[in-house]
Design a protein around this ligand. Structure first.
Ligand code: ADP
Length: 587
């Protein structure tokens, strides 16, 4: 969740319009055509009121000819009006949907570039809620605003104008009632907005808890913590119910109050009208038109009231979307950032200091030099900063002090995309995206089938892929659930070597595979590592024994380095670690 202080910078309507207007601009032509339809639709209302003024006295007088004439004319006007309404609704739906689509696309693009610190702060459930529910609500409000609020507001103006023209003193008297209604509506609106915000926050907290709970269900069951989780969930749901109830109660109160005021207003106007006729300033036809016009005000006022509430809720949603936009993104490449060219894979870290919280350094004065083609195993207790070191090499984070040099070039001076082509990560949890096997290996990069097959061969994945019914065209399901752990690891290795990276970062999986799968993965790894500089966060004895150099991280710096045998003989931290960590794993 975002801290409330960040959400507090409440956007005004003008800010929202300013944010959304550029998204509407490409749809100018349809918006204009829709606008013309709106104008035709709106102008039909005073015409209909005038016809009602002719019709009602004619009916009263039993004048069939005038009645028929007025009815036919009214039918014609209705026909034109409804056609215009159809035009308006269809013409404006496109731009409205287009705006919400673009907004969602822009937000997702932003999400992909957010700093990792921001991503950590926003839970996945909350972000999902924002990009689905909040984005939907904003889309609906945009549609409502241009397709319903605008015509309603214009109808109000056109009909009021007509009433003023008919009998301005009567119209002014009517208008005196309007501010009273308006005041009430806006006072309610503000309270509804606050209540809606609170209830949306509650929903997104609920979504966050649900996402966490669903991911953790096995764990919950394993600890028999169902009752505890249920209590937490129940409390969250109850809070959500209360927040929703507050909003609904406010809405429920609003309709009767506004409705009563309207009725009282109309009755008062009837009284004044009777007095105007009695004093001879208005005739029956004029008064009939006036009453018809007055009735035509009710609908747009009702629409404007509901839409105003929805607009406020939509604003709350837009604000929550904009909070994502306010989170910092990865800084862009320097203006002078250059390409790498061919990379040999020499890696030098000079006096690196880094902490997520600058007051608490995770790495502190770390120096390391790795020759091209060397395999270095990183070991150290959990929390020593091994993964953090990887994040610096991928420039996910930037060191507060010191430099990282790849082939003598400071990482900060390289284009990020270029750097990440030269450095490939095989993460601990081999997440593979859904799609075909070939797509999972290519991962968005242009690659020929031969290149994909070569990568799979290197990763020792070709055997099982070719045995699949559709080979490289077989589907990988969401989260790779139709593949075994060892197969997923080999797919992840293939994905890493496809771009022929000079530097390979391996984070060994801690969960043990069975011996056969382990063997297959190990063979894939060995082939993938050949000819590359490799840094591996090692959890297995076999891996450290294979490494040319083992680097022991502790207290933010390197405390020992050497080969397995040297370090064992030395009898320092490494030997302790080995005893505690690897021997357990291997047994
Ligand atoms: P290792 O990989 O050696 O287990 P990490 O690099 O994951 O260690 O973590 C080093 C330290 O940095 C730990 O104290 C950890 O709590 C902290 N840390 C790791 N990631 C983050 C993060 N995204 N935000 C804040 N602190 C973090």
């Amino acid at each position: 969740m975002l801290a409330p202080s960040q959400a507090a910078g409440r956007d005004s309507l003008r800010d929202s319009v300013r944010r959304l207007w550029p998204l509407m601009r490409p749809h100018r032509r349809r918006l204009t055509a829709g606008g013309v339809c709106i104008v035709i639709y709106v102008l039909c209302w005073p015409l209909l009121a005038a016809l009602a003024g002719r019709l009602i006295p004619a009916i009263g007088a039993g004048d069939l000819a005038t009645t028929l004439q007025a009815v036919l004319l009214a039918l014609l006007v209705f026909l034109v009006q409804k056609a215009a309404q159809f035009g308006q609704d269809t013409l404006l739906a496109g731009p409205a949907l287009g705006v919400s689509r673009t907004l969602r696309q822009q937000l997702f693009a932003r999400l992909q570039r957010l700093e990792f610190a921001s991503l950590d702060k926003l839970s996945a459930g909350d972000l999902t809620y924002r990009l689905t529910e909040d984005a939907d609500r904003v889309g609906e409000v945009i549609y409502k605003t241009i397709q319903d609020t605008t015509p309603s507001a214009l109808q109000l103006l056109a009909v009021l104008g007509y009433m003023l023209w008919l009998d301005w003193p009567l119209a002014l008297a009517t208008l005196l009632l309007a501010p009273l209604v308006a005041l009430l509506v806006s006072a309610f609106g503000a309270r509804v907005m606050t209540a809606a915000e609170q209830s949306q926050r509650q929903v997104s907290e609920l979504a966050g808890l649900l996402a966490e709970a669903i991911a953790g269900l096995p764990l919950v069951r394993a600890y028999a913590a169902e009752a505890w989780l249920q209590r937490r969930f129940d409390a969250e749901v109850e809070q959500h119910r209360r927040a929703r109830y507050r909003t609904l109660r406010l809405l429920a109160l609003q309709h009767p109050v506004v409705g009563f005021l309207e009725a009282g207003g109309i009755l008062t106007v009837l009284l004044i009208g009777a007095w105007r006729i009695q004093t001879g300033q208005l005739d029956a036809q004029g008064f009939s038109s006036y009453v018809a016009a007055l009735l035509m005000l009710i609908d747009p006022i009702a629409h404007l009231t509901t839409n105003f509430n929805e607009l406020q809720q939509g604003q709350a949603s837009l604000q929550r979307l904009r909070a994502i936009e306010r989170e910092p993104v990865e800084p862009p490449d320097h203006p002078g950032a250059s390409d790498l060219g061919a990379v040999r894979g020499e890696l030098v870290l000079e006096a690196i200091a880094f902490g997520y919280d600058p007051g608490q350094p995770v790495l502190n004065g770390l120096d390391l030099r790795v020759e091209p083609g060397q395999v270095v195993a990183l070991v150290g207790p959990s929390g020593a900063g091994k993964s953090t070191l990887f994040s610096l090499l991928l420039r996910f984070n930037v060191a507060q002090r010191g430099r990282v040099l790849l082939d003598g070039r400071d990482l900060a001076d390289l284009r990020a995309a270029e750097l990440r082509r030269a450095v490939a990560l095989v993460p601990q949890q081999s997440q593979v995206f859904s799609g075909t096997v070939a797509e999972a290996i290519a991962f968005g990069r242009p690659a020929t089938p031969e290149q994909i097959q070569r990568a799979a061969r290197l990763a020792n994945a070709d055997g099982f892929i070719e045995a699949l019914p559709s080979g490289y065209g077989s589907r990988v399901e969401e989260r790779g659930r139709n593949f075994s752990g060892g197969q997923l690891q080999r797919l992840a290795i293939a994905r890493a070597v496809l771009g022929d990276p000079a530097l390979l970062l391996l984070d060994e999986a801690t969960s043990a595979l069975d011996a056969e799968a382990e063997d297959a993965v190990q063979r894939g790894l060995s082939q993938a590592m050949a000819g590359r500089t490799v840094l591996v966060i090692a959890h297995r004895l076999a891996t450290v024994q294979q490494a040319e150099r083992i680097v022991v991280l502790a207290g933010g710096r390197i405390v020992e380095q050497g080969s397995h045998n040297q370090l064992m003989a030395h009898g320092g931290r490494y030997r302790d670690l080995c005893r505690r960590q690897f021997i357990q794993l291997e047994s």
